[in-house]
Write a protein that binds this ligand. Structure first.
Ligand code: AMP
Length: 306
């Protein structure tokens, strides 16, 4: 049994009110892989990089037990590059550059050793590639989670609709939920989006937490109030990695476990934003994660005695 994650493996250049980076390691599969590997020990990535990505960066993932058999290295080509600049509120950002490079013609390879997978995270990537990955899996997975963004809604709507029919859980942010459904109310948006395929929907609201919809129920998770957010890049992917990593670990897909998975996703995302890029995610340990999850419990526990 394993957890397979497909997504971008990239270089990012980020500017926030706290500073600016040159090219640093990023990408949806990178963040999700790092997060899930703290919770589950059979994480396998599918992706593509250019020969500029380098052994050190790939080694950083391998050291954490992440299987990279499904990551292609294209000689003479450049890795995906994304650059973004955050506004002062850190909840909104402008994409400055998206260079698809190796992602432009990405044909995902699913190695034979990945065919034992039961949990699939279709990380942020072209919906066509997400669908092809699913089609190349010989056995129907127990759970398929999909993460996407406005970029794909703008340029690949029909492909996105096709892949959505095949997923169990969709994770998107509030603006994207509104764009996808045409509804301002997130409750109405959730109803419409569930009709597109996903039985469960998670709406991420940045510093305002996340909502889980499914089985005619709603669960609201807070975000941890943090004094300083250095860089929100990858928080969504980290959330998705933590969410599915937790479910792969516990192995039962009840609503209660989904709620706990949202808390683990939120806890890992709260670490991600504390430093630039993947830096903070590289230095965690199970104790730190446990303590942070306990802070979430404490944050929301109350008793009414009258
Ligand atoms: P997030 O902050 O969770 O939306 O994810 C940011 C990460 O997504 C960055 O590390 C980027 O490399 C990656 N990314 C940005 N745009 C795209 C895209 N169009 N396709 C795939 N990955 C992307």
């Amino acid at each position: 049994m394993s957890l397979v994650i497909v997504g971008s493996i990239a270089f990012d250049a980020i500017e926030t009110p706290f500073g600016k980076t040159d090219k640093i390691v990023g990408g949806a599969a990178t963040f999700a892989g790092l997060a899930s590997a703290y919770l589950y020990d059979r994480v396998k990535l599918i992706g593509v990089v250019g020969d500029d990505f380098g052994d050190t960066n790939l080694g950083m993932l391998k050291e954490r037990g992440i299987d990279l058999t499904g990551v292609e290295i294209k000689e003479g080509e450049k890795s995906f590059f994304w650059s973004g600049k955050y506004h002062n509120d850190m909840n909104t950002r402008d994409t400055l550059v998206t260079e698809l490079n190796v992602l432009a013609n990405f044909d995902p390879v699913v190695p034979e050793s990945y065919q034992d997978c039961q949990y699939v995270l279709l990380g942020n990537l072209s919906p066509q590639v997400q669908l092809t990955t699913l089609e190349r899996l010989q056995n129907k997975p127990k759970l398929v989670v999909l993460d996407t963004m406005n970029f794909w809604m703008d340029i690949a709507w029909d492909d996105l609709m096709n892949v959505l029919k095949r997923v169990d859980v969709l994770t998107i942010n509030d603006a994207e939920a509104r764009q996808l459904s045409g509804e301002y109310s997130l409750v109405k948006a959730a109803e419409k989006i569930q009709q597109l395929g996903p039985k469960y929907l998670i709406i991420k609201k940045g510093e305002h937490g996340a909502l889980l919809f499914g089985e005619d129920r709603v669960f609201s998770a807070p975000a941890l109030p943090l004094a300083e957010v250095y860089d929100p890049t990858g928080a969504g992917d980290t959330f998705a990695g933590g969410f599915i990593g937790y479910l792969a670990r516990v192995g039962t897909l009840s609503f209660q476990n989904m709620k706990n998975a949202v808390i683990f996703g939120s806890a890992l995302a709260s670490f991600c934003v504390e430093k630039f890029g993947t830096q903070r995610l590289q230095e965690l340990d199970p104790d730190l994660i446990r303590q942070r999850v306990a802070r979430f419990t404490e944050l929301t526990r109350f008793e009414i005695n009258d």
